[in-house]
Design a protein around this ligand. Structure first.
Ligand code: C2E
Ligand code: MG
Ligand code: MG
Length: 429
């Protein structure tokens, strides 16, 4: 059976993670179920086999070796089993080189499930779903369908956690060969849904592997030896493309570029940035540097020096993925951020209604942002009701697949034209 799930009208062959789902996929994946209820094992296995998974299950984890568990591509794990609990299994997995993607199931309180899921995430595991028992087979089906669509993409080696291992040298060569490209994701105002900005997201046009996404290489690019050169390179590309957008559409919204804290090491960066902006006729106020919260070093005076001097020159500074770091409030206290980007994990959980805490976090982050006179952006907006809800809780700007996926400049020009003509999907109408 072939189901076409393409969501973006086929404009962009690269960024569309939704693709044709082939349930007879030749790619074999292993799915292991660990649950002390045999009926649950049976149910999950039968749903998974319809998606082409090779399945196995055990009602007692002691019957399965640690390497069998680690070798699974997907591990469906009951949190509470007699003898061993799921947390112990998750903890052991973090020592393995191959790590399965995790589906957590349990009859325990939803908050316990949510904290188990967070604990797994913090340990570097990818939790692809959380199901509260009893659940309908349809819920498991939907979860696996989404999963298969996201990872069943051999043409995108970066879409999974497993991919080629790159070195700093590989990336240096790629910089020298100009192999990085930037896609723009649009942002809209929640007041009138006008298009107000773009975020530049880097991709690597690899000569062998094709288009690679940040999860395949960004941790190397953010290595201190490379971070600043890499960031400046991306800024140059983004500014050039922004100029094309301005020329093609008269667009004068904001341009956001990601800057890892590891790149905030050179106090002369602000002086180098300004001429680059001038060269492409981008006013400093239209340029936003997004700094990820969760990797900000503790009160580093160089970071403060740079961010303060950027602000003094009119460049805007944004705290990205707000809510996921450990020092967020302290950072807000110390640094004059102009923008707060609420991490998509909260926005997405709030929109699915799967975690009441997420709703409270988004609402409080919006209130906090405004209190501190910051522009509040919500990331990961995937449907229309979320847009309306975010507006009602006072967020200023929305970014996410419902608005538009990250895309090459020419696709973004087509997106904007279609929007103006009132055609297409989502906010284009
Ligand atoms: P980020 O800065 O938080 O960027 C948002 C990420 O969320 C992007 O993934 C984007 O494609 C994805 N996204 C946007 N809307 C939605 C949505 O509605 N649903 C879902 N599920 N995802 C959505 P991408 O492009 O793979 O980038 C991942 C991360 O890589 C970025 O997170 C950023 O931390 C890092 N990154 C991207 N470009 C650069 C760069 O030029 N330099 C550095 N240092 N890091 C970068
Ligand atoms: Mg960002
Ligand atoms: Mg973010």
């Amino acid at each position: 059976m072939q189901v076409d799930l393409c969501e973006d009208g086929g404009h962009n062959p690269h960024d569309s993670i939704a693709r044709t789902l082939n349930t007879n996929s030749p790619i074999r994946r292993n799915l292991l179920v660990l649950d002390d209820e045999p009926e649950i094992c049976e149910l999950v296995e039968s749903v998974a086999s319809t998606f082409g998974f090779e399945t196995a299950s055990a009602v007692d984890p002691a019957l399965v070796s640690p390497s069998q568990i680690a070798d699974a591509d997907v591990l469906v794990l009951d949190l509470m089993m007699p003898g061993t609990d799921g947390i112990e299994i998750l903890r052991n997995l973090t020592d393995s080189t191959h790590r399965p993607d995790i589906v957590l199931i349990s009859g325990l309180d939803k908050r316990v499930l949510d904290s188990a899921s967070n604990m797994a995430r913090v340990q570097g595991l990818r939790v692809i779903g959380v199901l509260h028992k009893p659940f309908r087979p349809g819920a498991m089906r939907q979860l696996l369908e989404t999963y298969v669509n996201r990872v069943d993409a051999p043409e995108l080696p970066a879409s999974g956690a497993i991919g080629p291992q790159f070195t700093v040298r590989d990336l240096q060569q790629a910089l020298a060969r100009d192999e990085f490209v930037v896609h723009f994701q649009p942002q809209v105002s929640l007041i009138d849904e006008s298009w107000v900005g773009v975020e530049a997201l880097v991709r690597w046009q690899h000569p062998v592997y094709g288009l690679l996404y940040p999860n395949a290489f960004i941790s190397i690019a953010e290595n201190e030896a490379l971070a600043l050169a890499f960031t400046e390179h991306v800024i140059r590309i983004a500014l050039r493309q922004y100029k094309q957008l301005s020329e093609a559409l008269g667009f004068h919204g904001t341009l956001s570029v990601n800057m890892p804290p590891t790149a905030l090491t050179d106090v002369h960066f602000p002086e180098r940035l300004l001429p680059l902006l001038r060269e492409q006729q981008v006013p400093p106020g239209a340029f936003i540097l997004e700094i990820t919260e969760n990797s900000l070093p503790e009160s580093d005076k160089v970071v403060l020096d740079i961010t303060t001097r950027l602000s003094m020159r009119g460049v805007r500074v944004s705290i990205d993925d707000f809510g996921t770091g450990t020092s967020g409030l302290e950072r807000l206290h110390d640094t004059a951020f102009d923008e707060l980007k609420i991490d998509m994990v909260f926005v997405r959980n709030a929109q699915t209604g799967s975690a009441p805490a997420a709703t409270a976090i988004v609402e409080s982050a919006a209130a906090l942002g405004h209190r501190l006179k910051m522009n509040v952006v919500a990331e990961g907006v995937e449907n229309r009701p979320t847009i309306d809800w975010l507006r009602s809780v006072g967020c200023d700007v929305a970014q996410g697949f419902e608005v538009g996926r990250p895309m090459p400049t020419e696709d973004l020009i087509a997106w904007a034209n279609a929007r103006q003509a009132g055609v297409g999907s989502g906010l284009a109408q």
